[in-house]
Design a binder for this molecule. Structure first.
Ligand SMILES: Nc1ncnc2c1ncn2[C@@H]1O[C@H](COP(=O)(O)OP(=O)(O)OP(=O)(O)O)[C@@H](O)[C@H]1O
Ligand SMILES: [Mg+2]
Length: 288
């Protein structure tokens, strides 16, 4: 049984079909990547899967609950967490407090405890701090435990968002371009972290232009183009799919036999990386 499924999911913005008629399933325990050219609808899909956007049509079913139309906090309460393509860090808080915000979803760690120093509440807040610190260590941020978020480098802030998402104790985590803006070493390290998330029993959805990362970690890949499903399946099948190569490179290149045969994932990925402005992946490394 799937963990999440969407049925005929659509989102329209004043005539722009950002996502159109999408049917898609996410299996528990697996790493699912969603790829596609800029503007393909990837972030829009994630926004619908977290209640940020209400679908124009279709349904979102998570663990057999129909979540369509619910608010973001209700998606979080059901066990879906996310990170953002554009960082959403609270820069007036320390790194640790940013992670604690995620914990506040759970009752025993209420915001009131920070204001009212009743012993029980103070204990709850200490536990909340300890758990947040543990999560920071888990994502590799042990050096930033007493750092102001404003003093953290970009790569660390991206991990901080993952720690905050984990603090909500999700069963499904959606990562929107976690490798964007990272240097090649930081980007490669992400596959270790993603592997650790799945070991923890968390299902991962990865939206990413870094094809080396995608091809390395994914059990399943969904390719979107102009809001529609272009292809889906195992990494090896998707990266050699002529439709996928065409979506990234354009029909003139895809119809060129030489480019198509030599290209596969490397070509598609190279184009994707260039389009994202990232350039952080040496994409010839994807075809191993
Ligand atoms: N709030 C919005 N209002 C109007 N149009 C929107 C809105 N959000 C997204 N769109 C449009 O929907 C389409 C899909 O955008 P989306 O951000 O989902 O693409 P994406 O696949 O995440 O692209 P990228 O790889 O560049 O992040 C684009 O045409 C975009 O301009
Ligand atoms: Mg996006």
């Amino acid at each position: 049984m799937s963990l999440l499924r969407v049925e005929n999911l659509s989102k329209e913005f004043g005539g722009v079909h950002a996502v159109e008629g999408l049917n898609y399933e996410i299996q528990p325990g697996a790493v699912h990547s969603i790829i596609g050219p800029n503007g393909a609808g990837k972030t829009t899909l994630l926004n619908m899967l977290t209640g940020v956007y209400i679908p124009s049509d279709g349904r979102i079913i998570f663990e057999e609950h129909d979540l369509t139309g619910l608010a973001p906090f209700e998606y979080a309460a059901h066990g879906i967490a996310r990170t953002f393509q554009n960082l959403q860090v609270f820069f007036n808080m320390s790194a640790l407090e940013n992670v604690m915000v995620g914990r506040y979803l759970h009752e025993r760690c209420g915001l009131a405890s920070a204001l009212l120093r009743f012993p029980r509440l103070a204990r709850a807040e200490r536990a909340c701090r300890d758990e947040a610190a543990e999560l920071m260590r888990y994502v590799g941020l042990q050096d930033y435990l007493s750092t102001a978020s404003t003093a953290m480098p970009y790569g660390a802030l991206k991990r901080l968002e993952i720690a905050r998402a984990l603090a909500t104790q999700p069963r499904l985590i959606l990562l929107d371009e976690p490798a964007a803006g990272l240097n090649p070493t930081e980007a490669l390290d992400l596959d270790v972290l993603i592997g650790r998330l799945t070991e923890r029993g968390i299902t991962v959805v990865l939206v990413e232009h870094n094809m080396r990362l995608v091809m390395g970690v994914s059990d399943h890949i969904l390719v979107l183009d102009y809001g529609r499903k272009l292809a889906e399946g195992a990494a090896a099948a998707v990266r050699n799919d002529p439709r996928v190569i065409e979506a990234y490179l354009g029909s003139s290149v895809a119809s060129d036999g030489a480019a198509a045969s030599a290209g596969s994932a490397a070509s598609a990925a190279s184009a994707a990386s260039a389009a994202s402005g990232g350039g952080q992946a040496d994409l010839r490394g994807t075809s191993h």
